[in-house]
Design a protein around this ligand. Structure first.
Ligand code: ADP
Length: 238
């Protein structure tokens, strides 16, 4: 298995005396998508925000490309190839998205620019501004801005949340394509089928800690995970 690019290792975090994370860990490996699943409020976003230095953990450490950070800082990590795609990521509304993505193409050289636009079906929207797009179109445009940069590691928070199945499919296949080009990806959420369909490895965040369930097939046969997310009817009698 390829070595980890990013590790969020045994982080703990409390808010107002309430422990949200106790010893939670996840890692990202080149060419693989690790999904972090868990209910709303289980601490998934908190883990990512700790990784990029938006929140400070009380315990644990973040390692990125061989360096250990007690206090990671996003500008430093971003210069080394980390991209944090927030759930509510927005693009500026002053220029059409085609102009913005074109600027990124100039800056990053993006040889795959046309593929990114085609894969995310953004051609019809290039003349529109971000605030003229639907939720799913906006999510695709924000992801395109990440893909053009060809990050070493992408943290995608809730990429499937609240969007139509078609948008989920386009985003899922773009994430798989990015992983195929070598990027290490962590994607969070609770849209279990959509996430399992892109996962190489599933990490379950529950009760403040994390459990690595293995690949999607192993997750589908993990009794507690199935009971929580997929329904009793899929459990075998033993
Ligand atoms: P998830 O991403 O799994 O939905 P979050 O990481 O956003 O969960 O939140 C985990 C818990 O921590 C929630 O109960 C949330 O209300 C709380 N929380 C998150 N950020 C803060 C904050 N800045 N101040 C206080 N509580 C917070």
């Amino acid at each position: 298995m390829p070595e980890e690019v990013l590790a969020i290792d045994s982080v703990g975090k409390s808010f107002g005396g309430r422990a949200v994370l106790k010893a939670a860990s996840i890692w990202a490996r080149p060419g693989r998508i690790t999904t972090l699943m868990g209910r709303n409020g289980s601490g998934k976003t908190t883990m990512l925000r700790i990784a990029v230095g938006e929140l400070r953990s009380e315990t644990g450490i973040v390692r990125f490309l061989g360096n250990a950070y007690e206090r990671p800082r996003l500008p430093v990590l971003a210069r080394r190839g980390l991209y944090y795609l927030e759930e509510r990521a927005r693009l500026p509304t002053t220029f059409p998205i085609g102009a913005q993505l074109g600027c990124l193409r100039k800056r990053f050289g993006a040889p795959t620019f046309n593929e990114v636009i085609a894969r995310l079906e953004l051609e019809p929207h290039l003349q529109q501004r971000f605030d003229e797009l639907s939720g799913g179109e906006g999510r695709r445009a924000a992801l395109a801005a990440a893909l053009i940069r060809r990050p070493t590691c992408l943290l995608a928070d809730e990429p499937f949340y609240g969007i139509a199945p078609k948008d989920q499919r386009l985003i899922g296949s773009a994430l798989r394509e990015l992983a195929a080009a070598g990027t290490a990806i962590i994607a969070t959420g609770h849209e279990v089928e959509a996430l399992l369909s892109i996962s190489d490895e599933v990490v379950w965040c529950v009760a403040g800690t994390t459990h690595s369930l293995g690949g999607p097939d192993a997750a589908r046969s993990h009794r507690e995970f199935v009971r929580e997310y997929l329904g009793w009817h899929l459990l075998s009698p033993n």
